[in-house]
Design a protein. Sequence first.
Length: 312
Amino acid sequence: MWAAAVAVTSSVAALAATSGVAGAETLNTAAGAVTVPDGISTGFVVYDRDTGDSTLSYNAHKQFRSASVVKLLIALDYLESHGPDWQIPQHDLEQLQPMLRSSDDTAASWLWVKDGWETIVQRMIAKIGLTDTAPPADRGIWGYTAISAADVVKIYNYILDRADPRYRDFIMSNLRQSTKCGDDGFDQSFGIPSAVPRPWGVKQGWSGFGDGPAAGHECSPANPVPPDPDGADARTLAAMRVGAEAPAGAAATGGPDIDTTRRAMHTTGAVGPHDNKIVVVLTLEPVDTTWETSAARITALTSVLYDISQYL
């Protein structure tokens, strides 16, 4: 435990240096104190699959809007609904892969509508036994699905241990090929990809930062944009008001206790040579937080948590 305390102390100093805001909140975990910059809300869990214990947790059942983390449920529901012998058609594969690897929103919107809107979430709640997850209040905004760190751990555990091995291999192989750049031009290498050594498979999420980065801040190299989904182009989807978040200026609620205003950035995944640990860090930040600042903060926090977990 002394070694863990040293790790916490040095890592907290790095986190404070990236905060860019005055004040901080100290979160007391079973393994020690973790400092988070003032104005940030977080819920996190580090789960050890070898022991079956959540070695680190804070606000594990606090609900956050999912942003793109719900794409795990969209992909899993697609596979479960067709059965393990299903041969994924090429036009579906062209949407599933970039949705999981590069967080493509158009692909998610097409699959969301095609496979039943909020019923996707309802089916997954029942199948996995999720307790904090809820469909979005507005069925057209899949990114406002409610999730918690504890439920995201359950989702990964289901994929890794309970789902058909063919579903597990498809989802995890794509998450292990997570690209540096999201298809919207944001750099999605924050959190686990920057704080934790490989191997890992990750699904990132963000909301409230706009449709894309400011000119000159685009992630490079950009990913090739996947073809329009079979039977529904991006303009059709936009007209249906389906997507990650409400249009600018529109009022929308995400259900009880779900903040849809502050900027959200989440990092989730399975890490280690045998997916030994599941790491989930969910955050909300002030509306004027820049992408770069938010990415630095969640990466520093993830690094702290991962360092501590190595000593437990």
